[in-house]
Write a protein that binds this ligand. Structure first.
Ligand code: ADP
Ligand code: MG
Length: 279
C-alpha cells in the first residue's frame, strides 16, 4: 500500500459532468497511485470515456476537482494544461489514428505537436522507431493506417500513446473489436508498458479477461513475456503485480471500486454482469 505522504498520480474528488439533461459523471471520487492499474467497466453511456477525457482535461467538471500529479487541473488555463497533457498518454476509442498520415507521422505526432515536449529534431525518428519496436511493428513507418490490420492499427495507436513515455496512460477500449488472441497481445503490451515504466494505467474494457490479465500478470523482462504474478504473498520482492482495482460505472456513478476478489464476490446484478466466472 502506498504511504500516506505519497500523493496520487490521479485524483477525482466528487467530480460531476453533465451535458444538458444527461449526467455523464455523478459525484465520482477515486485516487490512483504510481504504477497502479484501474480497470474501468460499465454499460455503454455509463461515463467511461467522459471519465478519461476529464482526467486529460479535455472535459471540464461542472463540480468537483480533478488533480493530476498533485495539481488541480479543473480550472487550469489551456496553456498550463498542455504541460500536464504532455505527461499523459491516451489511446482513444477506435484508435483514432490520422488516416491521411503514415505510421511514422502518426507516432511522431505527440513529439512534434505537444508544446512542452521539446524533442530535439534528431531524436524524433529514433524515438518513433523505439516505440514501434516496443509494439513489434518495426518496418511499418511508411505504411498508412488503412494498410494495416485492426490489431496492427491498435499497436500503432499504443506506440503513439507511449512515445512520450508518459507516467499516466489512459486506454479507451483498446481491445474492442479485436479477436480474443489479438486482444490478449494488446493487453500484454499494456502490462509491459506498466511494469517497465511504472506507469499508472487506466483501461476501459468490456472484456473481463483484460482485467484478469492486468490484475494477475506481470511482465517478465527476462523472456519478454507475461507471467502469472504471486499477488498473495504481499512481499516487495517483485513477484507480485502492481495493485489493480476494478471500477464499475453506472449512469455516471461509480457503483463499485475494489480488487478482483471483491468484484467476483459481488451479488449486485449490474456489477456481476461484468464478471465472467471461469470454469
Ligand atoms: N460531448 C457530449 N455531448 C453530449 N452528451 C455527451 C457527450 N459526451 C458524452 N455524452 C453523454 O454522456 C454519457 C456518457 O458518455 P460516455 O462517457 O461516452 O459513455 P461510455 O461509458 O460509453 O464511454 C452518455 O449518455 C453520452 O451520450
Ligand atoms: Mg466510450
Amino acid at each position: 500500500m502506498p504511504a500516506d505522504a505519497e500523493s496520487p498520480v490521479l485524483r477525482f474528488d466528487r467530480v460531476s459532468v453533465s451535458f444538458d439533461a444527461v449526467t455523464a459523471l455523478a459525484d465520482v471520487s477515486f485516487q490512483a497511485y504510481e504504477g497502479e492499474s484501474r480497470v474501468i467497466m460499465g454499460a455503454t453511456g455509463s461515463g467511461k470515456t467522459v471519465l478519461l477525457k476529464t482526467a486529460l482535461g479535455l472535459q471540464r467538471p461542472d463540480s468537483g476537482t480533478v488533480y493530476v500529479f498533485g495539481k488541480d487541473i479543473s480550472r487550469m488555463r489551456e496553456r498550463e494544461l498542455f504541460e500536464i497533457r504532455s505527461k499523459i498518454g491516451m489511446l482513444f476509442q477506435e484508435s483514432a489514428l490520422f488516416d491521411s498520415l503514415n505510421i511514422e507521422e502518426n507516432v511522431s505526432y505527440p513529439l512534434l505537436n505537444q508544446l512542452s515536449i521539446h524533442c530535439p529534431p534528431g531524436d524524433v525518428l529514433p524515438r518513433v522507431e523505439e516505440a514501434l519496436k516496443f509494439v513489434e511493428l518495426e518496418g511499418t513507418l511508411e505504411k498508412f493506417p488503412s494498410e494495416l490490420s485492426g490489431g496492427m492499427r491498435r499497436r500503432a495507436a499504443i506506440a503513439r500513446a507511449v512515445v512520450t513515455q508518459p507516467p499516466l496512460l489512459l486506454y479507451d477500449s483498446p481491445t474492442a473489436g479485436l479477436d480474443p488472441i489479438t486482444a490478449n497481445t494488446i493487453v500484454a503490451l499494456i502490462v509491459k508498458e506498466r511494469d517497465l515504466n511504472k506507469t499508472t494505467t487506466l483501461i476501459v474494457t468490456y472484456r473481463y479477461q483484460d482485467g484478469n490479465l492486468v490484475a494477475n500478470f506481470r511482465y517478465n523482462p527476462e523472456n519478454g513475456g507475461l507471467e502469472r504474478a504471486d499477488n498473495h504473498t504481499g512481499s516487495q520482492g517483485g513477484a507480485a503485480a502492481p495493485r489493480t482495482l476494478f471500477m464499475v460505472l453506472r449512469e455516471g456513478r461509480l457503483v463499485f471500486e475494489g480488487p478482483q476478489t471483491e468484484l467476483e464476490a459481488s451479488t449486485d446484478p449490474y456489477i456481476s454482469k461484468f464478471v465472467k466466472h471461469r470454469g
